[in-house]
Design a protein. Structure first.
Length: 498
């Protein structure tokens, strides 16, 4: 795609700024005008003013649906729909609703269900449909636009594409800083459209815009935007790139940023069942792993983002902190466990707690299948589970059914027992040695596969570590290389870059 939108392009910009019962959002009034100014500026884009509709303070669903339907029917080239206002979750399935001036928190019938909007957008004959939502819980829109099975079939048979850019994940609220002209997300969106992206081409595609907005917002405390791209609609250019041709600095190793990552470290050393031998090494393992996670030369987690759980008494004590971290993590969620494990029922490995009883594992142990369920609901882009326990390889069996991207690094395969050497588990001692020494000659940042390979080749002592990947995990850098000799010129595909 090399052309900007043509005369068959339409844009509908909706802003609800005034509310009778909800908090007012004056930013919404400014947001839609700032975006309209960019879209109709001849030096930036090619929308004609007559084809950009502004809808201020809609009072009824018809105030949105009627002009949207008309624009959707007129559009042949591009249909752009933008909404700024409160977003609410309503109904049994927590459906996204766009609020109106008279919307009330406990009255879902007073707002507009987003699926109605999505249906109109999907029915348009526009070759490219772009949806931008600046509202709380806007990430919910991705499923309304993309997941209808019948529509998925139609999309596969048709040439039209659909792109959705949202200001916040489905569980997070958006921010409108007091005293600022625009909301946080739209501020960075407009800055990107006006300033351009030096590394991009002469025209800015939606994916270029998303990447730059997300990069700018990483340095803030605001939620990070999300995108959903279908039929390569994200390749559609929206504006000219003012920064095209600007000189770029020499490529540098990107900085890893763990501010949006979370870790939970669990060590169970004491057990109430006489058949379970105490494991003081597990407590030592957990404390040492947490120190490595806080070490800025290796990881660099903030203390408040790295929870340690020692001798959990019940499965709830083990899973509760993991579930909390799964709600907060956006980049990486790392879970470490050291302790005994057992089979709670055929094929399911259970992590044991202080209160576990070998004769009553079904309700006193922590099944890996429950951990898999927590990870599948996590908002993190990547998950790493490290376990120093017997038969650890069986964890990957539980994770294989999830759609989450999960690396599993364990002390043993599915059939072998773990070992204790001195004050630490043999596996954890080898892992700590690898993290603290680094890998000479490797890249400045390491993936978990790098660490696994180094552990395999270290001294050949048992047990042999076990690594598996579930979901669509990409091989990405997750930690820093502590070695004095690193290859800084190597290509980096980092999960967390500042």
């Amino acid at each position: 795609m090399t052309l900007l939108p043509n005369n068959a392009a339409r844009a509908v910009l909706i802003g609800t700024a005034t509310y009778r019962t909800l908090n007012k959002i004056p930013h919404s009034y400014n947001n839609i005008r700032g975006l309209a100014e960019v879209l109709t500026a001849p030096e930036l884009s090619s929308f004609t003013p007559d084809h950009v509709r502004l809808i201020d303070d809609p009072a009824t669903p018809a105030d949105i649906m009627q002009p949207l339907k008309q624009s959707a029917e007129e559009a042949e080239d591009i249909l752009l729909v933008y909404y700024s206002g409160h977003g609410q979750l309503s109904g049994e399935n927590s459906e996204l609703h766009l609020t109106l001036t008279g919307s009330e928190p406990e009255a879902p019938w007073s707002s507009l269900p987003f699926p109605y909007v999505a249906d109109i957008i999907k029915q348009s004959d526009a070759s490219t449909k772009i949806v931008v939502l600046d509202c709380c819980y806007s990430g919910r829109a991705h499923s309304d636009l993309m997941s209808d099975p019948l529509q998925l079939v139609k999309d596969q048979l048709a040439s039209e594409g659909l792109y959705c850019l949202t200001s916040a994940p489905k569980h997070r609220t958006s921010k409108a800083p007091e005293g600022h002209t625009y909301s946080a997300f739209t501020h960075y969106l407009l800055d990107t459209l006006k300033d351009g992206v030096p590394a991009a081409g002469p025209l800015l595609r939606m994916t270029d815009i998303y990447g730059n907005v997300r990069k700018r917002m990483r340095a803030t405390r605001f939620p990070l935007p999300e995108q959903c791209n279908k039929k390569e609609a994200g390749d559609f250019p929206l504006v000219r790139n003012r920064a095209y041709g600007a000189s770029l600095p020499e490529p540098a190793v990107p900085e890893l940023d763990f501010s949006r990552s979370r870790a939970v470290v669990i060590g169970c050393s004491a057990y109430g069942d006489d058949r379970l031998q105490p494991l003081p090494s597990s407590r030592n393992d957990a404390l040492a792993i947490r120190r490595a996670l806080l070490d800025a030369t290796i990881f660099g987690f903030a203390p408040e983002h790295c929870t340690i759980v020692l001798d959990p008494a019940t499965p709830a004590d083990l899973f509760g902190p993991v579930a909390d971290a799964a709600d907060d993590a956006e980049d990486l969620l790392l879970v470490y466990y050291s302790g005994h494990s057992a089979f709670s029922h055929p094929g399911d490995l259970a992590l044991l707690t202080e209160g576990s009883r070998m004769g009553r594992l079904s309700y006193t142990a922590a099944p890996a299948s429950v951990l898999a369920g927590i990870l599948s609901e996590s908002r993190a882009s990547e998950h790493v589970v490290i376990a120093d326990t017997d038969y650890g390889g069986r964890l990957s069996d539980a994770f294989s059914a999830t759609r989450a991207d999960i690396y599993t690094l364990c002390s043993t395969d599915r059939t072998s027992a773990a070992y204790v050497v001195g004050d630490h588990g043999a596996f954890t001692a080898k892992l700590l040695k690898t993290l603290q020494a680094g890998i000479p000659g490797a890249a400045a940042h390491l993936s978990l596969i790098d660490v696994f390979s180094a552990m395999q080749n270290s001294d050949g002592s048992p047990p042999a570590p076990f690594l598996s990947m579930s979901g669509t995990s990409k091989i990405r850098c997750l930690l820093r290389n502590c070695s004095d000799r690193t290859n800084t010129s190597a290509q980096h595909s980092c999960l967390m870059t500042a």
